[in-house]
Design a protein. Structure first.
Length: 245
């Protein structure tokens, strides 16, 4: 099953370059996903093709007019069977891997990229299924968050990344940070690769990686450990690390 992404934006050409590069471009070439970019201005009907207007009630700045947005959403999603309309904004539900997995169940996803101070509230009420946020910060538009979401979703389409990477994605769902990675040379400017990785005992390497993942999670994201199901040995290991890192 091919997942289809439609992106509604005032800057389709800026997004196209990124979608054609690297992993996303290959996935599209192989027919595993489809990317369709739509210029919002094409759906403006007045002679100046305006997509923004002044905000009711006064104040600084402009808001995206409802008519072009509604026409565009209706035109693009009219053949959606199992689709989702998403607006990227700091007011949305925070994106995390569990949300990415949930969204990967949709066959069609329409991403709306706002500009200015946002879109007319009636579009959110009547045409948008949900708002997604990448975090508590403000950009100049939803384009970069849209690309991030497309990339996170495309990685989950079967066949896009190799078996090993998709297994690692599953291991991320165990809620730990990644263990540290090294490649050649064995000593780089006086810094050595941990000896155990050079010895090639796979059982010991696995155990080391699990411990390192626990150690790093404790150090950088202790909040993640609270949600976790750990073995008794792992609890003891963490308690030991807490006392003496
Ligand atoms: C602009 C602005 C200007 C003057 C006063 C208040 C203002 N608020 C905004 C604003 O929030 N603009 C947003 C820009 C409107 C929606 C699209 N934009 C956006 C999306 N910025 N950041 C995001 C975003 C989306 C998802 N995750 C993180 C950030």
């Amino acid at each position: 099953m091919t997942q289809r992404f439609d992106i509604l934006t005032l800057f389709p050409e800026a997004l196209r370059a990124y979608l054609q590069a690297s992993l996303l471009g290959k996935a599209a070439e192989r027919g595993l996903v489809q990317f369709h970019l739509h210029q919002l201005r094409d759906y403006a009907t007045d002679k100046h093709r305006r997509v923004d207007d002044e905000v009711y009630g006064g104040g600084e700045g402009m808001v995206m007019k409802p008519e072009p947005l509604a026409s565009a959403i209706e035109a693009v999603s009219k053949e959606y069977r199992k689709g989702r309309v998403i607006y990227l904004s700091p007011q949305g539900r925070k994106l995390e891997q569990a949300v990415v997995r949930e969204l990967s169940a949709y066959d069609e996803i329409l991403l709306i990229c706002g500009r200015y101070e946002g879109i007319d509230e009636r579009i959110l009420e009547g045409w948008v299924d949900e708002e997604i946020s990448l975090g508590d910060f403000v950009l100049c538009g939803g384009e970069l968050p849209a690309l991030a979401l497309v990339e996170a979703l495309t990685r989950l389409v079967p066949g896009v990344v190799g078996k090993e990477a998709s297994l690692r994605e599953e291991s991320f769902s165990d809620g730990l940070l990644e263990y540290p990675h090294y490649t050649r040379p064995p000593v780089f400017r006086g810094r050595s690769v941990p000896e155990i990785l050079l010895q090639g005992n796979y059982g010991e390497i696995q155990a080391w990686r699990r411990k390192e993942a626990l150690r790093r999670t404790l150090e950088k994201r202790p909040d993640l450990l609270e949600r976790l199901q750990l073995s008794e040995a792992e609890r003891r290991h963490i308690d030991a690390l807490r006392k003496q890192p």
